[in-house]
Design a protein around this ligand. Structure first.
Ligand code: HEC
Ligand code: HEC
Length: 489
């Protein structure tokens, strides 16, 4: 991030802001009826606990996220997108849809704990990256080398875009990747996808959304299909319900009282001398009226260990280096300084991946771009001890020396970010956080899960704010008393 040379900035910042307006489409007002017109509504498949309600009774944070708020009233385009999202006939195998990997009952992430998912015509082809959540993605602006960080403070640097390397500019563009990838939905061509739509059960809905001659131009129809998927992911509230306990806390609503452990975890998350997570996992106002997205869309190389469970990694010469390839092709290092590279002839972007959104992260079972970790406990321990105890994370070479950052060729190790808590401190030195602190940090991450059921006896909270003392004072009964009117919902 910080190390990326600043070349151009002002023009790009202006551009990315303008693009933001295009990207975020109008949200449909909450209403009933959409589910009826679309038999496989995400809302109906995850019905149950809806947005926080005071009558939920038990004090439980639902383990699997409930993404459905009130059903959204979807435009015809979004209804097409909804049908497509759950339609396995849009795959070469006839067996997977978007929802297979992006399951609405699992925060639009995978239902299993595999590092990478299987797809392809025979359903045996492994992916190379972990499946991200699709929630809160509609605020992401297109990728730029000089992205204006939504914190409005950090200098322009690579940021934005869809996928772990930002190579698709919009959700609409992104859809073409899984539809055509041989190890995902494996359609032979865009034309084949369009033909399936034209002869499928919701062809009329497609025409209603995009015009009677919508299928006439195959190339254009394929773009419309992407637009339909984007409309669904933008309009349907289940993709951005803002129904976590943390949202209640941030907006000072009943039910938003964080426990001492949760509050302590939050303090660690924002403390520059402890977790410092907020430096990349932004909390605060974001693009397009979003709040607390928990990503600033920046790219950073944090050097996670190579995942030997990914078949592609059987080839010792294969490295997934994020921004500089191989899936993304416009930043491939070019030692001669020619070709299609954008100023990173020395591979300054190698190893960098997009900072993921941490909302609903506690529902995930595979973490990081390569899915190398499987619990949040492992993730926070990695942040805490990557440098102090590298032998815990990386293999040893023939001489017994720890091969730190074994998933990035040595010539790019200078790209590894050096912000807290990964500040490059010596092996054997003191860790940034204690074991107890790590526990609280994980507890806090649990408050980011949507579908929080507010306990029946919940009281209004005193607004303690995000940036408080690292160790919160125990509230006295007087402080905890519901004195503020603003606290009531
Ligand atoms: C076989 C599993 C699989 C299927 C099926 C699948 N995806 Fe994905 N999806 C992934 C993976 C893996 C990534 C990350 C790709 C990367 O970083 O290169 C991803 C990324 C995305 C992203 C970008 C999210 C982000 O954080 O940047 C969107 C949007 C998306 N998928 C939508 C869809 C849609 C729409 C469909 C159906 C047309 C679909 N996916 C089908 C596995 C899948
Ligand atoms: C320098 C920026 C930066 C800082 C600071 C940072 N992160 Fe991250 N975080 C990232 C990036 C980039 C990734 C993805 C890395 C990859 O996949 O190679 C990531 C991935 C994660 C993931 C995996 C999420 C998923 O969906 O797979 C979790 C969880 C996480 N970070 C939590 C934290 C916590 C907790 C802290 C503070 C202790 C923290 N991060 C500090 C940038 C940062």
């Amino acid at each position: 991030m910080r190390k990326f040379p600043l070349v151009l900035c002002l023009a790009a910042a202006a551009l990315s802001l303008a693009a933001c307006k295009d990207q975020r489409q109008a949200s449909g007002p909450a209403a009933t009826g959409a589910a009826a017109s679309a038999p496989v509504a995400s809302a109906s498949s995850t019905a149950g606990v809806s947005a926080p309600s005071a009558d939920a009774g038990a004090k439980v944070v639902s383990a699997s996220v409930t993404t459905a708020a009130a059903p959204s009233k979807l435009t015809p385009a979004a209804q097409v997108g909804q049908r497509m999202f759950f339609d396995p006939s849009l795959s070469g195998s006839g067996r997977i849809s978007c929802a297979t990997c992006h399951d609405p009952a699992h925060a639009y992430g995978p239902a299993n704990d595999l590092s990478v998912q299987l797809g392809g015509a025979d359903m045996k082809q492994a992916g190379t990256r972990a499946v991200p959540t699709l929630m809160y993605k509609d605020y992401t602006e297109p990728y730029s080398d000089e992205f204006q960080n939504p914190d409005m403070i950090s200098p322009p640097a690579p940021g934005g875009g869809m996928t772990w390397d930002g190579r698709a500019n919009t959700i609409a563009e992104q859809a073409a990747i899984p539809l055509l990838a041989a190890n995902e939905m494996a359609n032979p061509s865009a034309e084949a996808v369009v033909a399936a739509l034209e002869h499928g059960p919701y062809a009329d809905l497609f025409r209603q959304a995009f015009g009677q001659d919508a299928f006439a131009d195959r190339k254009h129809a394929f773009e419309l299909a992407g637009a339909a998927l984007q409309s669904f992911q933008t309009e349907d509230r289940s993709f951005h319900p803002y129904s976590s306990k943390f949202d209640l806390f941030r907006n000072n609503k009943i039910g938003g009282t964080l426990t001492a452990a949760e509050l302590h975890g939050l303090r660690l998350f924002v403390d520059p001398n402890k977790g410092n997570c907020v430096a990349c996992h932004l909390i605060g106002g974001g693009n397009g009226g979003s709040q607390d997205i928990t990503s600033d869309y920046s790219f950073a190389a944090i050097g996670v260990p190579r995942n030997r469970k990914i078949p592609a990694n059987d080839d010792p010469n294969y490295f997934d280096m994020g921004l500089c390839g191989p899936l993304r092709t416009d930043h491939v290092p070019d030692p001669r300084g020619k070709g299609n590279n954008k100023g990173d002839k020395n591979g300054e972007t190698c190893g960098m991946f997009k900072t993921p959104i941490l909302r609903n992260v506690a529902t995930r079972q595979a973490f990081m771009h390569n899915g190398v970790f499987h619990t949040l406990d492992e993730v926070v321990h990695f942040y805490n001890t990557r440098d102090t105890d590298p032998g815990r994370w990386y293999p040893r070479d023939a001489h017994g020396k720890v091969r730190k950052f074994d998933d990035l060729p040595a010539r790019y190790h200078a790209n590894i970010d050096d912000q807290m808590p990964l500040d490059g401190r010596r092996a054997g030195s003191k860790t940034p956080m204690t074991e107890d602190e790590l526990k609280d940090l994980v507890t806090f991450l649990g408050t980011l899960t949507d579908g929080y059921a507010v306990p029946a006896d919940a009281k209004p909270t005193p607004n303690v704010g995000v940036f408080g003392p690292a160790t919160p004072p125990t509230p006295t009964p007087a402080q905890a008393a519901p004195t503020q009117k603003t606290a009531a919902r």
